[in-house]
Design a protein around this ligand. Structure first.
Ligand code: ACO
Length: 373
């Protein structure tokens, strides 16, 4: 029997930090509201493209696996904030990594894209189609954000992470998963105009309009992730007692707490980093997994449960047996170019490019803030 072991992992977070205090200077919100309702304190804003972020994460993951890009048979790119729709983003990453023999495709199930990508790459390894795969979860949401809408602007951030999967005869990697979708509720999370950074080619951004029913998403997220956890465990004849670490999608601390409670996983066995990054959509679980490893929270042979949900509304839970190695084999020197701008300046750039910035009205909080950033 062939399994798909996770042998490499790497993340890349852009350096510019947007704090709750920054947001309260431009929106009618407060640190107290954001922390108490979501658990988020700050998030990252990217000064580079999605592919730039993903490339650094991918190079770090390959180094951790002791592998060159040329050894890859498959690149799966999970995202909903593509640099381009055609050609796809995965092909750009494939070319940059020199993965000339690799198939490359994007996967978009919004926040669950990394986990759905893990499923498809694992299936292709387990059926012998490929042996070495890279699965990326990456998002640069900031250019598509409606920075005047406090309902959504406080929730999201940019980031990237990747894992390397390799065929193995040992029982490790993804053991079981449950995938699902509440298609009947797809309209409660809609972002019109999302998915192409046209500005790369000198074409201005369109208006991005967010339709977002937070409370209903919350309710469906808890229901979907909880039932997926139960089914994924049942497929392996296990209960929550066997779980060493729950690494859930990080959209709201209250959602994480509710899912952990329903899954009967105590808080000390739940990984949380939402306070630092907010919801990075497809990058969230992948970054959390990398940080859990860096912090020594994943021991050799650990059993991990990774529940997620996203637009669609897609939901899932993945049961992963970690291998013996919890340290990277190598370290990449890949790094982002330095960022000269503050996070507030970067989001002001995004807003200006979208053509939605108001005129130079001194009463506009953006303009007041602009004078000091
Ligand atoms: N600052 C201050 N007040 C705010 C803010 C803000 N940023 N946003 C909303 N409010 C106000 C509302 O206007 C409302 O005011 P009112 O009572 O005067 O009408 C009040 O706060 C309460 O609003 P609720 O929507 O009831 O707040 P709730 O406790 O439900 O929290 C939240 C909202 C954080 C959005 C929550 O519902 C949530 O996290 N939902 C899940 C969203 C999510 O995770 N989506 C991820 C999927 S994304 C993807 O897949 C790409």
């Amino acid at each position: 029997m062939t399994y798909a072991a996770i042998t490499g992992w790497g993340k890349c977070l852009p350096p510019a930090i947007l704090t709750n205090q920054d947001l309260s200077a431009i929106l009618d919100t407060s640190d107290e509201w954001i922390v108490s309702r979501t658990g988020i304190r700050e998030r990252r804003i990217s000064h580079v493209s999605l592919t730039d972020l993903a490339e650094v994460a991918a190079r770090r993951a390959l180094a951790a696996a002791g592998m060159e890009g040329g050894a890859l048979d498959l690149v799966v790119f999970g995202t909903c904030s593509h640099d381009d729709q055609v050609p796809n983003t995965a092909s750009g990453l494939q070319a940059r990594l020199g993965a000339v023999g690799a198939a490359a495709y994007d996967i978009n199930t919004a926040c669950t894209s990394f986990l759905y990508g893990l499923s498809t790459a694992t299936a292709l390894i387990r059926t012998g189609v490929v042996r070495n795969a890279l699965v990326v979860g990456a998002e640069v949401i900031s250019p598509f954000m409606d920075w005047s809408n406090r309902d959504v602007a406080v929730l999201f951030g940019d980031g990237a992470a990747a894992v390397v999967l390799q065929a193995s005869e040992r029982e490790e990697g993804l053991l079981a998963e449950k995938l699902g979708c509440y298609g009947d509720a797809r309209e409660i999370l809609r972002v019109d105009g999302m998915g192409c950074t046209y500005a790369n080619r000198g074409v201005p951004y369109g208006i991005t309009r967010w339709q977002f029913e937070g409370q209903e998403i919350f309710r469906r997220a808890v229901a979907g992730m909880s039932s997926a956890c139960e089914e994924a465990l049942a497929r392996c004849g296990l209960t929550a007692a066997a779980i060493d670490l729950l690494v859930p999608h990080q959209a709201n601390l209250r959602i994480i707490d509710a899912v952990a409670r329903r899954a009967h996983v105590p808080a000390e066995r739940v990984y949380v980093n939402i306070e630092r990054y907010g919801n990075m959509s497809a990058a969230t679980v992948a970054v959390a997994l990398c940080e859990a490893l860096e912090e020594g929270r994943v021991r050799p042979g650990a059993l991990l449960l990774l529940p997620g949900f996203g637009g669609g509304l897609t939901w899932c839970a993945h049961l992963v047996r970690w291998g013996e190695r919890v340290q990277p084999l190598g370290v990449s020197d890949a790094a982002l170019p330095p960022c000269e701008r503050t996070a507030l300046q970067l989001i002001r750039d995004c807003r200006d490019r979208k053509g939605t910035a108001p005129g130079r009205d001194p009463r506009d909080p953006w303009e007041r803030r602009s004078a000091i950033v």
